[in-house]
Write a protein that binds this ligand. Structure first.
Ligand code: FPP
Ligand code: MG
Length: 464
């Protein structure tokens, strides 16, 4: 069992409210999967050749060794080292029972008659992670429990989420963990306040996330994730892709069995959004209209930043925002509450990604658990460099060629440090975090609401 959940469970036993007494810092949330992963060279045709990557790596190491680099980094890191507010609430403790069952439930959903496929499909599910997305979904389910509801006749009837819609003889989808004898899950109680369909939604959200990571690690040619070899390294690209597809297939089956077309529409759109976001990331939005990187150097335009924010929404915020909305819908909430849940998730996702992009410039690789300057080395122009581009026009051509020429990475990094880009990125992350908290201000006070607020605040002070 995950240590933080174990600690949370004991806290829950010892107090009626889910407040920790420990002063130890809580682990980081959204970025849990990034902690020890090595960002590596993309295999995409849009990426720069490996020889150029190696030149970047060599020059970056030299820069990292210099004292002036260290001094600059220390100065930049002050941006993320601002006094951390003391957090006494442990959000995971509020939904400790559901979080404890999450990993086993997902493994059951993924069982098949093919042991080697099972092994790869369950690989990222079993690895230690903070499971931020299902945590937020479960907290949202609970926070919306006492919110205004649709009239009873406008709500979807409760479904047996374990029961197939089509005859199993036609489906031919053997899952040894789910047979005709599998009972319907028990309905939500006043004590849990979370329905079986909302718990299943949290599992589906994590399955889609794990599928996207398996595919992402193939694209990024990653070597490690969560302190272990990445799926592509452990099982090869073909198996990693097939396992990701299998996860998506079984997530879709589970989604259909919620028997709510609106929720199916939301989560199916997430899958398309993730692909669109990854696709947009391959283009920085700075290339000439023809998409030809050898075209005239672009000037800064707000369109480049809009492209980045839209990419960030699709790749990071879509899953959490639409899952939050789906949680409210499954609970029979009114449209206003569903809108608020969506806005919370959207702003939380944007805030977390901006902090992630900031950390790439402000935290040394030893602290980050992955190489520093990773985004620049991958050719990515994120918020800090886009803001810096407004002050330093010479960044345009570098962004356009994805920092592919020798010296580009170091030059761009220096310009970002000199600019107000890091400060503006931090301010933008803070404003998204505030918007997330504001979005749910109309919810009645509850531990779950406090947990959601804290997750939004805590993301701003994480260091990796
Ligand atoms: C992590 O990005 C990756 C994602 C958040 C989504 C990736 C999406 C795809 C590969 C499209 C396919 C989607 C599905 C559902 C199969 P990152 O590389 O910035 O973060 P990392 O450092 O954790 O790798
Ligand atoms: Mg990646």
């Amino acid at each position: 069992m995950h240590t933080s959940i174990r600690r949370s469970a004991s806290v829950l036993r010892s107090t009626s409210r889910a407040y920790t007494t420990s002063s130890s810092p809580s682990p980081c949330l959204l970025c849990s999967q990034l902690q020890t992963k090595t960002r590596s060279i993309h295999v995409s045709p849009f990426r720069k050749p490996r020889s150029q990557q190696r030149r970047h790596n060599a020059s970056a190491s030299a820069a990292a060794a210099s004292a002036s680099w260290r001094a600059t980094l220390n100065k930049a890191s002050e941006l993320v080292a601002e006094a951390a507010p003391s957090f006494t609430l442990n959000p995971a403790a509020i939904v400790a029972g559901e979080m404890k069952a999450l990993t086993q439930n997902i493994q059951d959903l993924l069982s098949s008659g093919h042991p080697s496929l099972d092994k790869v499909a369950k690989y990222y599910i079993q690895s230690e992670g903070k499971h931020l997305r299902p945590l937020v979904v479960l907290l949202m389910a609970r926070a919306t429990y006492s919110c205004p509801k649709l009239p009873v006749d406008a709500r979807r009837p409760t479904a047996n989420i374990n029961s197939p819609i089509t005859s199993p003889s036609i489906l031919q989808d053997f899952n040894p963990s789910y047979t005709s004898e599998t009972p319907a899950p028990s309905p939500s109680t006043i004590a849990t306040q979370i329905s079986p369909s909302q718990t299943r939604l949290a599992e589906i959200t994590e399955m889609i996330h794990a599928a996207s990571l398996l595919h992402d690690d193939v694209i990024d040619n990653a070597e490690a994730r969560r302190g272990s070899p990445s799926g592509n390294l452990a099982f090869g690209n073909k198996m990693a892709i097939l396992a990701g597809d299998f996860l998506l297939g079984r997530a879709s089956v589970a989604l259909a069995r919620l028997r709510d077309a609106e929720v199916v529409e939301l989560l199916a759109t997430v899958i398309a959004n993730l692909v669109e976001g990854e696709f947009m990331q391959l283009h920085n939005g700075a290339t000439s209209p023809s998409g030809d990187a050898r075209g005239p150097p672009p000037r800064y335009s707000p369109a480049a930043f809009e492209h980045y924010i839209q990419k960030t929404y699709l790749k990071t915020a879509s899953l959490i925002s639409k899952s939050c909305r789906a949680a409210a819908i499954l609970g029979g909430s009114t449209r206003d509450i569903a809108d608020a849940a969506y806005l919370y998730g959207k702003n939380l996702g944007l805030s977390f990604q901006l902090v992630d992009d900031l950390l790439d410039y402000t935290v040394a690789s030893s602290d980050l658990g992955k190489p520093a300057q990773a985004d620049l080395k991958l050719g990515l122009a994120t918020a800090p460099v886009l803001f810096a581009w407004e002050q330093y026009e010479e960044l345009g051509p570098m962004i356009n060629r994805k920092f592919a020429e020798a010296g580009d990475v170091d030059k761009a990094w220096e310009l970002v440090q000199k600019s107000n880009g890091l400060q503006r990125t931090r301010e933008l992350a803070e404003s998204f975090s505030r918007k997330a908290i504001d979005a749910i201000s109309m919810f009645p006070d509850s531990e779950a609401k406090e947990g959601l607020e804290q997750i939004a605040r805590k993301g701003l002070t994480r260091k990796k």
